[in-house]
Ligand binder design. Sequence first.
Ligand code: C2O
Ligand code: CU
Ligand code: CU
Length: 565
Amino acid sequence: MQLKPLFTGILLCLLAISAQAQYNPLHIPDTISGTTFNLNMRDTFVQFRTGNQTITAGINGTFWGPTLIFNQGDSVHMNVHNYLNDTTTLHWHGMHLPAVMDGGPHQTIPTGTVWQPYWKVTNNAATFWYHPHLHMKTEMQLLQGLGGFIIVRDPVEAALALPRTYGVDDIPLALTSRSFDVNNAFTNTSPYGDYMLVNGTMSPQVSLPKQFVRLRLLNVELERGYNFGFSDNRTFWVIGNDGGLLDAPVPLTRTKLLPGERVEILVNLGADAVGSSIDLKAFNSGQPFGFPGSEPGTSGPFGSLLNNVDFNILHINVAAATTGAITTLPTTLVSNTYWTAADATVTRTMNVTQGTPGPGGLPFSLDNTPFVLGTINKTVNLNAIEKWTLTNNNVFGHSFHIHDIEFKIISRSTGPVNSYESGWKDTYYIGVNETVSFVAKFTDYADALHPFMYHCHIAPHEDGGMMGQFVVVDKTSVAQTEIEPGDYTIYPNPANTRLYVTLSDPAMQVYYITITNSIGRTMYMLPRPQLAGGIDISRFAPGNYFMQLTDEATKKVLTKKFVKE
Ligand code: C2O
Ligand code: CU
Ligand code: CU
């Protein structure tokens, strides 16, 4: 009789061990701080499951890249090396920066090339991300695992009593799912994966301290939306949206998150016993048709084991509190001043329309105008405040995203704007038979040549042409088309380690420098290069090279030849 409780105890213990064994430790991406960021994009592989390894692509790693920590006000310099077997781009989703630095479909980085954009960080403290944006290949390159978080810090956020110890009480969570074929290769015959990956970890678990914890959730799915909450339906607090903190924490038990969107939440583990656990879950069953992932099938072109069901995202084990734990909820956060409809001097309307039907056809478009790389769809005046209204009377939901700016959602035709999306946004969900309006101001960066994108962030929709582009123009600047571009010289020539450029006219501004080798392969792409320190050519093989320098004022290209010793 005495043995029975002991036996039961052992059995429970074994069960607990086997329950533990089904989880893998959550990967917390490394961070890079400072002002220079070296990002190496590579084809690689991961052992996700027993059997073959899975071919992936990574940035400084194998699946999902490092978290870049930016301080507001810093000028950040990127060295993006493309070691992939394909052309790519790298877009800084949510960052306010010049279009030529944006990493959209126009800023292609050929294989073997270094791209060096830089900009001054003006965004508020929030969670952003970076990812490839190559026209018609975004889905394939996201599928392989290319992307990473950006966390912006600023003094206002830093002064608040919020959890911000990265990887301890401040956890980034990149949510996606993948399916595997019989050889363990990723497959996207359906855009909805069968198995959840968080920061690239299958079936993840994490130990979090017994206190208020901040989770930065990012949907990096190809298509699926999430309706997340906790297994015990506890209240959590939304503290931030895509572009910054809310005025005050918003208590909720469920929040939706569509591809490209971010939300920062606080969850209180202070009343949980050390050793207990809860799950962050997707409560995706019973969503209305049109919500991506609500489709019923487990197989077929839109099938998935995770469709229209509730499933675990992350298993959380409660551990001891840390010293300096945040144990109270702030009552207020920041004071945002939002644009209103009354501020808008320009109003634009758009409609979700059908794409080209049939095999290989494109499912959706905007205003019956499938994306064309050479067509500018809209021209926005610098500093204009505009109201954009999108209507979706089509058959499916979408995740609308715009580059360059953060906006304020001012109305939803289906009811009030959700409290969890009441802050600065750059991406929003639009359901079937819904109209959504936002207001935004287009400040700082005029460039008549390089456009910004707006598109559905569901990757197959974007690749299929549900995208358009706009330029921001400064009508007040003097037309300079009469001026001839100044010439320039490069020295030393031949050169060995660094190449210097002297402009004949000191007032001349360089828009772009591209260096190609003798067979036309691009080696360097330098938007608005800072030339004082010269250009590092030490890694070039000896031979002949061509420098193409584009003048800012005239956009004329002047080519010079140089020799690398
Ligand atoms: Cu997240 Cu146009 O991109
Ligand atoms: Cu973007
Ligand atoms: Cu879409």
